[in-house]
Design a protein around this ligand. Structure first.
Ligand code: CAA
Length: 692
């Protein structure tokens, strides 16, 4: 074996040269890896004893892409294009042996091999779109040539990782190897290539899959139209589509030139910067400074959930989805049956859309047991309480759990803002108590706010973080304060939205500005969707707020066909003259005059106090770092990914401008806009939010 460089070895297996990369954690295409590949292929190509060349990786995965940390920096050593040219033009068969994930630049390397062999557990994809990018090393031109433009459109605009079996069907992989025997299979494949004198297939030369779509812009138009909602606001999906159009309509090298130009625009743009930041923010959020990686974990093989409502049911599905047994406890038989029925309905809907098989529906349902007796939670490893938000009810439940649950069990509450220290105080084991704040619908929403109380043990925290990953959630650890991180910041926006209405902005004006900013919907449309009567009690309503009056008129949101908006039979919203009149009457009652509120003011009034609140949260130590706040807002509240999150966005505007505006608003409208002391300090020291 010859060491080519610290991350690359070259060895001979009979007459087959094997280049092995070993650059943990994911064999990303750093300068070292590119150099290793370049020199390795140069040596193997020049060696007459090597009749074919296999490229394989050590560790958990094949090359998982370009090294994202190198973007924007000066490039060293051979470029990826130099490596690819060497591989594609090698005068002997080159075989990529794939395990783990071949993603982005990794798949683009595999696509210049003449053949690809993969183990069944491998996954292949071009996920650059999720980083606000497009595959910039020929992937946009080669994937359509291998898999056809339709498949390429779907894969490149979703970033989906295709399993090896599917990759085999689409021609992206030439042969599946037995799990654990990849190297042997790839070398055997290489020998067959030599023995059978198989052609050195260069994907770039194969136009057969793209020809049918040539000169047919309608294919791309239809795709754009069908996905318009999903792509709204994002540049990268559109740029990926344009590259695939180029692959279909232009010769390879001209298509490549289009790819390079568009990649250049994206990689230097603000959207990709925000999306790459988010990639690392999510991973950073997993690191808890005082909870080391080797903190002992508590095995969680069974989970109990209290409450079979929408929340409890959704939470249960997360665990059943990964094979963990769940016991759901309810008080009333009917509520329990209804809850289990909703879960089954959700699974069956997924199955009808092809997401899971009918057998999987039954497997998952078999993991979920209903119970009317809390004593059934005695043996479970983790209990999550998901009943309504009342401290006395929660305390009662935790008192009982303390008596029922086995020692060592984790006792979690799904409260969205109550004081978890107070809840923990009724138990004799506050170290076992933690907040696991899921977002509705809990089986869909990505975020899990993990709330650390004063006495929560490190093992309970570490276990919760790991469990979050296991069930496919993105976790952020936060501290106890009213509303925690997400809802506490949301309260700022909600307050300003309500105030703006009383000053003369209509709900649809505010919603439009926030929608155009990139939120999936504005606060009033959101209220209509959720139901205006959540927490509203008819008997106690005194017509004191716009919501009270709307509910009294039975305008309770989408479900009654009217709320802030009027809805047609397809639930399309229209600004409502009724609501407008209610608002104007209220304004008259307060003795003020409605004024014209600019879009700019709406945006600044809604967003800047959120950023300021984020700073207060950091000041109080309720979030570990500013990027954790962005993780919460992106994954739980629909903050547009291409704008990073409130704190990242604050840096784009500049802390000094945020402070100046907060002061200006404070002078006019009072202490709702009082700048955080830390914001003043930040500006005085010339620092950024991301420094916090
Ligand atoms: N560059 C640099 N670092 C990377 C990386 C990359 N492409 N991919 C992952 N990492 C790092 C992560 O930051 C993480 O580091 P820390 O341990 O220090 O936090 C570590 O590798 C492990 O990553 P994960 O925690 O995500 O591990 P996982 O096992 O859950 O997932 C993965 C592995 C599926 C490969 C996932 O990391 C992933 O999706 N990576 C990004 C893949 C990607 O987007 N590739 C395209 C890059 S852009 C490109 O290639 C452009 C081009 O056309 C040339």
């Amino acid at each position: 074996m010859t060491a080519i460089n610290p991350v690359t070895d070259l060895s001979m297996d009979g007459d087959v040269a094997v280049i092995t990369l070993n650059s943990p954690p994911v064999n990303a295409l750093s300068a070292n890896v590119r150099e290793g590949l370049f020199e390795g292929f140069k040596a193997a190509t020049a060696d007459p004893a090597a009749k074919a060349i296999v490229l394989i990786c050590e560790g958990r995965t094949f090359i998982a892409g370009a090294d994202i940390t190198e973007f924007g920096g000066a490039s060293r050593g051979p470029s990826l294009f130099d490596v690819q040219e060497m591989m594609e033009n090698a005068p002997k068969p080159v075989i990529a042996a794939i395990h783990g994930t071949a993603l982005g630049g990794g798949l683009e390397v595999a696509l210049v091999a003449h053949y690809r062999v993969a183990v069944p557990s491998a996954r292949l994809g071009l996920p650059e779109v999720n980083l606000g990018l497009l595959p910039g090393a020929g992937g946009t031109q080669r994937l359509p040539r291998v898999a056809g433009p339709e498949k390429a459109l779907e894969m490149m605009t979703s970033g989906r990782h295709a399993p090896a079996k599917e990759a085999l069907e689409m021609g992206l992989v030439d042969e599946l190897a037995e799990e654990g025997k990849l190297r042997e299979a790839a070398v055997a494949f290489a020998r067959r290539c030599v023995a059978e004198n198989k052609p050195l297939v260069r994907v770039r030369d194969n136009n057969s899959k793209v020809e049918a779509a040539r000169g047919k812009p309608e294919i791309f138009e239809a795709f754009r139209k069908a996905n318009a909602r999903k792509f709204r606001g994002f540049l990268a999906p559109e740029y990926n589509i344009r590259c695939i159009e180029a692959a279909v309509n232009l010769p390879f090298d001209e298509g490549l030139a289009v790819e390079r130009k568009l990649f250049g625009e994206l990689v230097t743009g603000s959207q990709s910067a925000a999306q790459r930041y988010s990639f690392f923010a999510e991973r950073q959020a997993q690191k808890i400074p005082d909870v080391p990686d080797d903190t002992p974990l508590i095995p969680v093989k069974s989970v109990g959930i209290i409450g079979a409502g929408t929340m409890g049911g959704g939470i249960a599905m997360n665990f059943a989805n990964v094979g963990i047994a769940v016991t759901i406890v309810e008080v009333q038989k009917e509520a329990l049956e209804r809850g289990l029925k909703v879960i089954r309905g959700n699974y069956e809907r997924t199955a009808s859309r092809g997401g899971i098989t009918a057998a999987q529906v039954e497997e998952r349902m078999a993991l979920i047991t209903g119970s009317l007796d809390m004593n059934d939670l005695a043996p479970v490893d983790l209990v999550i309480e998901a009943v309504f938000e009342r401290m006395d009810v929660k305390k009662d439940i935790f008192t009982k759990l303390d008596a029922i649950c086995k020692p060592g069990a984790i006792l979690a509450t799904n409260t969205s803002g109550l004081n978890i220290d107070e809840i923990a105080s009724v138990t004799k084991r506050p170290e076992a108590v933690i907040g696991l704040h899921f977002f509705s619908p809990a089986n869909v929403m990505k975020l899990l706010e993990i709330v650390r109380a004063d006495h929560t043990s490190k093992s309970v925290i570490a276990t919760s973080m790991k469990l979050a990953k296991q069930i496919g959630k993105i976790a952020a650890l936060v501290g106890v304060c009213p509303g925690f991180v997400g809802n506490r910041i949301l309260a700022q926006r909600q307050r300003e939205a309500q105030k703006l209405v009383m000053e003369g902005a209509m709900p649809w004006d505010i919603d439009r500005v926030l929608y155009d900013f990139g939120f999936p919907m504005g606060p009033f449309a959101m209220s209509d969707l959720a139901g205006l009567d959540i927490g509203w009690v008819k008997e106690r309503s005194k017509g004191e707020s716009i919501r009270d009056v709307l509910c009294e008129m039975d305008r309770r949101g989408q479900k009654t066909g009217a709320g802030y908006y009027d809805y047609d039979e397809n639930r399309n919203a229209k600004p409502s003259p009724v609501t407008e009149k209610i608002i104007n009457d209220f304004i008259v009652k307060t003795g003020s005059n409605p004024r014209t509120v600019s879009d700019e003011e709406i945006l600044e009034r809604c967003i800047y106090p959120m950023i300021n609140e984020g700073v207060k949260i950091l000041e109080e130590g309720k979030a570990i770092r500013s990027s954790d706040i962005d993780v919460v807002w992106q994954n739980g509240y629909g903050w547009p990914v291409y704008r990073g999150g409130p704190m990242w966005y604050g840096d784009q505007i500049g802390a000094a401008k945020v402070l100046e505006k907060m002061k200006e608003f404070q002078a006019k409208m009072g202490d709702d806009f009082k700048p955080a002391a830390l914001l003043e300090k930040l500006v005085a020291e010339g620092k950024k939010f991301s420094d916090l």
